[in-house]
Design a protein around this ligand. Structure first.
Ligand code: BG6
Length: 485
């Protein structure tokens, strides 16, 4: 393991993402012994002029595990908070970043790690508009200066641009300052337990190897639903919409892991090479294979314009033009303000010739309650000879009770410290992802494709089912589709 001082710098420390996700993830890592207080410090940087203690108080509530917290737990929180220092400055201020560097150096020195290396991780929990200036400031003033090695890495959050051009421009600006090996583009879905399990499930099980293709699989559905709207984030959301917020990154990453070929090895580069190939094989999206929705009341948010054309719901079919997947629709569906909160993948197999009902299906539920289950046809128990559909069920809570499944951010931050880029988006991967969606997004932005209103708390617009019917799928029991018999 690497030694020496470790400084984790959270830029945008007073913001929402830092408070809700990043600090709690750091705290969990600390609790489990992954952040050694003898070598590490955490720095918050933001424009707000507050003291160390004010920042600590601002985030404390998200760390304490609720009402019944024990004295021991509270002490753990306090000890962790003591590791945090705050520096205030603007995102293009030379003095600000010089001061930040001074603070980091001071603590590197105080930790007596002079003999060791210096590791500096900069986490940009910031809007992308300031990425270029912040990266420049880091590059000019805050790089690791130890002669004895170490590194400087930056972690960036989506949205990485709004379309192909803006994303490429951002990549070029950051790429001039940092090597690809120093840049960690987070897609937090890649940190989810069952997303990380996908390659294992596919490639370590004999069952699936020969079946995973167009000869056997009828369709793949990747579904994200949330039972709340844009609450408080209307301004951000309206600029991006559900495709940029969820589909172009989270759902597309899942599609890659389902569809990719077996990588040459499990190194990050080989895995990402295969993902890029899948993305490059996706055909242009046809307007007839897209259905957009916007929930009633979405524009009531004062930060959203009354005539907003932004979709909060989308169903679409993606088609992968290669030997394995030709003709198999990948149905992607995402929506806010629906009737439930769920993210799952359904892989539906073709029917067995001569068998009228009952298709095999593998369902991988990412949340809530992680599970993998397979729908199988079995004989109805009893004297009669009839068949029923049943399930082979691996529900994580039952099978692995007592095991805590780490939060996505926790895992991904640990990866950035360890230098493992497998679960991060590579530059060419990002580009290929934008290439798929940019033409459609421009048609939406121009008002050529419009969202259909739907009732909050519903399943989304009914027209979405009709879209699937047209593609030859009819709706059965709520959430899954089967082709008409
Ligand atoms: C974020 C989106 O990336 O993912 C949010 O910006 C969304 O709009 C969130 O709510 C969902 O993440 P999770 O982990 O709660 O499914």
């Amino acid at each position: 393991a690497e030694t020496g001082s470790l400084s984790i710098v959270l830029l945008g420390a007073s913001g929402d993402l830092a408070k809700k996700k990043t600090f709690p993830a750091l705290f969990n890592l600390y609790r489990q012994g992954f952040l050694n207080p003898d070598e590490g410090h955490i720095f918050g940087y933001a424009r707000t002029k507050i003291s160390d203690d004010e920042l600590r108080n601002h985030i404390r509530g998200n760390l304490v595990p609720g009402k019944g917290a024990s004295g021991e737990q509270l002490e753990e929180v306090s000890k962790f908070l003591q590791l945090i220092r705050y520096v205030s400055g603007s995102y293009d201020s030379e003095e600000g970043f010089q001061l930040l560097d001074k603070e980091i150096s001071k603590h590197e020195f105080s930790k007596n790690t002079k003999e060791g290396s210096s590791r500096r991780l900069f986490y940009l929990a910031l809007p992308p508009s300031v990425y270029p200036s912040v990266c420049k400031m880091i590059k000019n003033y805050c790089m690791n200066k130890s002669d004895l090695g170490g590194w400087t890495r930056i972690v960036v959050e989506k949205p990485f641009g709004k379309d192909l051009d803006s994303s490429e421009q951002l990549s070029a600006q950051i790429g001039e300052l940092f090597d690809e090996q120093q840049i960690y583009r987070i897609d937090h879905y890649l940190g989810k337990e069952l997303v990380q399990n996908l390659l294992v499930l596919r490639f370590a099980n004999r069952f699936f190897l020969p079946l995973w293709n167009r000869d056997n699989i009828d369709n793949v559905q990747i579904v994200f639903r949330e039972d709340f709207g844009t609450e408080g984030r209307g301004g951000y959301f309206d600029e991006y919409g559900i495709i940029r917020d969820i589909i172009q990154n989270h759902l597309l990453q899942i599609l890659c892991l389902i569809a990719m070929e077996k990588p040459i090895s499990l190194t990050p580069e080989h895995i990402r090479d295969e993902k890029v190939k899948v993305l490059q094989s996706v055909l242009p999206i046809e307007d007839e294979e897209v259905l957009l929705g916007q929930y009633d009341g979405y524009t009531d948010d004062p930060t959203v314009p009354d005539n907003s054309n932004t979709p909060t719901f989308a169903t679409m079919i993606l088609r992968i033009h290669n030997e394995r997947w030709e003709g198999v629709p990948f149905i992607l569906k995402a929506g806010k303000a629906l009737n439930s909160r769920k993210a799952e993948i359904r892989i539906q197999f073709k029917t067995v010739p001569g068998q009228k009902q009952g298709r095999n299906e593998i369902v991988i539920r990412l949340q809530p309650s992680e599970a993998i289950y397979m729908k199988v046809t079995v004989k109805q128990p009893g004297l009669e000879m009839s068949t029923i559909q049943s399930e082979l069920d691996l529900s994580y809570q039952q099978r692995y009770h007592g095991v805590t499944i780490p939060e996505a951010y926790e895992r991904l931050i640990l990866d950035t410290v360890r230098g493992d880029q497998q679960h991060f988006v590579r530059r060419d991967e990002l580009k290929a992802a934008w290439e798929i969606f940019t033409p459609l997004l421009h048609r939406i932005d121009n008002g050529e494709v419009k969202p259909i209103p739907y009732r909050p708390g519903s399943r989304g617009p009914e027209e979405a089912d009709q879209l699937l019917e047209r593609a030859g799928y009819v709706l059965t029991h709520g959430y899954s589709w089967v082709p008409p018999t």
